[in-house]
Design a protein around this ligand. Structure first.
Ligand SMILES: C[S@@+](CC[C@H](N)C(=O)[O-])C[C@H]1O[C@@H](n2cnc3c(N)ncnc32)[C@H](O)[C@@H]1O
Length: 438
C-alpha cells in the first residue's frame, strides 16, 4: 500500500490508524439492498429461507458473505448488490415519493435504483457521462424495473442547459480517487496526490452544474467513496464559498462519524461497518423554481394498445413512439436527449406487436401481469441458457416467473414456451443459476 497514503490516514485518525491498517487485509464488506417496489423484506427472506444482518446505512441494506449475482433474486431485480456504506448517500438525500430527482453521476446505478425505490409519483433523471457505463446503468434500471425515469448520457454542463432549477433533490456521487475501494479496484491502489487533486478539480466543475439544476429550497447530497480531505470537506468549503445561498445541513444519521472540521457531514471508515464513504447535505436557499421540459404524449398503434391492455389490464398514462418502438410511463416524457425514458414496451411490426424484455420487468406491474408462466429452478436455469421451456400454458406472450417474480418473457404455443430472453442476458453454457435466494 502507498506509504504517503497511509501517512495521510495516520494524520486523519491517529488513534485508529492500526485498526484501519488491519481492515486493509480483511475481505471487502458486501451488501445486498432489497428493492421494495418488487418485494418486501419479509417475503424476500421467506423465499431465501434465511435472514441477513442489517447494515446501518439505509433501511434495506444487509450484509452478505458471498457473491449473489447469478441468483434468481438478482436476475429478477429483487435486490441490488451494493457496497453497504454506498447506500448512505441516498439515506441522507431523504427522497420523498413525489420528488423530482437528479442523480448526476449515476452509473452503474446502485444509488439510482435506490432512489427509484423511494419514488411513487415522482421522477428520476439518471445521468452518466460515459456512454459505456450509461449502458450498464440502463440495464440495471431495466432489471430493477424502474419506470418513471430518464437515463441520459450528457456532460453535466449540457444537461443543465435543459433542466435549470428543475430538481427537488440532486445527488452528486462524484467520480473520486476511490480510496475506499482500494481493495476492489487495482487502479485505486495506484494512489497519488496528483490524482486526488485532479479529482477535486473535476468535482468542483460537476458541482457548478449540479447547483444550476437544483430548485430553490431543494436538497443536494454530495458523496464520494474516498477518504481524502481535498475531495471531501475542502470541496464542500469551496462550494459554500462560491455559492453563499447553499447551506450545509446535518446528515441526520447514526452511521459513521462527523466530517473533519465540518461536523454536519458524515464520514464512514471501514471500522464503521462499510468500505468508506463521505456524505454532505446542502440546501439551496436562493435561486428560482424551474420545470422539467415536458412533451405531449404520443398515441401508439392499436396493436400496442391492445397488447398492453391484454397483458396488464389497462393503459399507462403517457407514451412515446420512436420509429417502431413504444415506450410508456406514468409521468410525462421529457424533451431531452435520453438513452431511455420510461419502460420499453416493444415494437410495432408488420401486422403484429413484439414486446420487449423490459416490459415484463416493471416493478410496478408485478401484480398486474395477466399472463405468467411459473418455472421451477431447473426450468429457470434452462430459460437463462436461452432454451425453450416445456410447459403447458395458454397461448401467446407471457411473463416467465419464479415464485411469481418475472425473470423475462416468452411466447407459448400451448405446450412449450419459446425463449425471448435477450442474448446479452443469457448465461454462458457452464455457469448455472445458484439455487439460493430463489
Ligand atoms: C462514483 S461513480 C458513480 C456510482 C453510482 N452513483 C452508483 O451508485 O452506482 C462516479 C461516476 O461519475 C462519472 N463521471 C466521470 N467524470 C464525470 C464528469 N466530468 N461529470 C459527471 N460524471 C462523471 C463516472 O463515469 C462514474 O460513473
Amino acid at each position: 500500500m502507498n506509504e504517503e497514503f497511509l501517512e495521510r490516514i495516520r494524520s486523519y485518525i491517529p488513534d485508529e490508524y492500526d485498526a484501519f491498517v488491519k481492515t486493509l487485509s480483511q475481505p471487502m464488506y458486501r451488501g445486498l439492498r432489497i428493492q421494495t417496489h418488487k418485494i418486501d423484506p419479509e417475503t424476500f427472506f421467506a423465499h431465501a429461507g434465511m435472514r441477513l444482518q442489517k447494515a446501518p446505512f439505509s433501511d434495506q441494506i444487509y450484509y452478505i458473505d458471498r457473491p449473489m449475482g447469478h441468483t434468481i433474486g438478482h436476475i429478477a431485480g429483487l435486490f441490488y448488490l451494493q457496497e453497504p456504506s454506498a447506500s448512505s448517500a441516498v439515506t441522507a438525500l431523504d427522497v420523498q415519493p413525489d420528488d423530482t430527482v437528479l442523480d448526476l453521476c449515476a452509473a452503474p446505478g446502485g444509488k439510482s435504483t435506490q432512489i427509484a425505490d423511494r419514488l411513487t409519483s415522482g421522477f428520476l433523471v439518471s445521468n452518466e457521462i460515459s456512454r459505456h457505463r450509461a449502458m450498464t446503468l440502463l440495464s440495471n434500471m431495466e432489471r430493477m424495473g424502474v419506470m418513471n425515469m430518464a437515463v441520459t448520457n450528457l456532460p453535466p454542463e449540457k444537461l443543465c442547459e435543459k433542466t435549470a432549477e428543475a430538481f427537488d433533490k440532486v445527488l452528486v456521487d462524484a467520480p473520486c480517487s476511490g480510496e475506499g475501494m482500494m481493495k476492489k479496484h487495482a487502479e485505486a491502489a495506484d494512489w497519488s496526490l496528483a490524482r486526488v487533486l485532479t479529482c477535486a478539480d473535476r468535482q468542483k466543475e460537476i458541482l457548478k452544474s449540479a447547483y444550476r439544476m437544483l430548485k430553490k429550497d431543494g436538497t443536494m447530497v454530495y458523496s464520494t467513496c474516498t477518504y481524502a480531505k481535498e475531495e471531501n470537506e475542502e470541496v464542500i468549503r469551496w462550494f459554500l464559498a462560491q455559492y453563499p445561498d447553499m447551506k450545509l445541513v446535518p446528515v441526520e444519521a447514526s452511521f459513521g462519524r462527523p466530517g473533519f472540521g465540518l461536523s454536519e457531514c458524515r464520514r464512514i471508515f471501514p471500522m464503521d461497518g462499510g468500505e468508506g464513504h463521505f456524505v454532505a447535505k446542502l440546501v439551496k436557499t436562493g435561486g428560482g423554481i424551474g420545470r422539467l421540459p415536458i412533451v405531449k404524449s404520443d398515441r401508439p398503434d392499436a396493436s400496442a394498445r391492445t397488447f398492453i391492455k391484454q397483458q396488464i389490464g389497462r393503459l399507462p398514462a403517457y407514451f412515446q413512439v420512436k420509429g417502431s418502438a413504444v415506450f410508456a410511463m406514468e409521468h410525462p416524457f421529457l424533451k431531452l436527449p435520453a438513452l431511455r425514458q420510461g419502460i420499453y414496451v416493444g415494437d410495432v411490426l408488420k401486422n403484429r406487436f413484439e414486446p420487449a424484455h423490459a416490459f415484463y420487468m416493471n416493478a410496478d406491474w408485478i401484480d398486474a401481469y395477466q399472463m405468467k408462466a411459473e418455472l421451477n429452478e431447473e426450468q429457470a436455469d434452462a430459460f437463462y441458457h436461452g432454451m425453450p421451456v416445456v410447459l403447458a400454458h395458454s397461448k401467446g406472450f407471457t411473463a416467465v416467473c419464479v415464485n411469481g417474480y418475472p425473470i423475462g418473457y416468452g411466447k407459448s404455443d400451448g405446450r412449450q414456451i419459446k425463449n425471448k430472453l435477450p442474448k446479452g442476458l443469457r448465461l454462458p453454457p457452464h455457469s448455472h443459476i445458484k439455487k439460493e435466494f430463489r
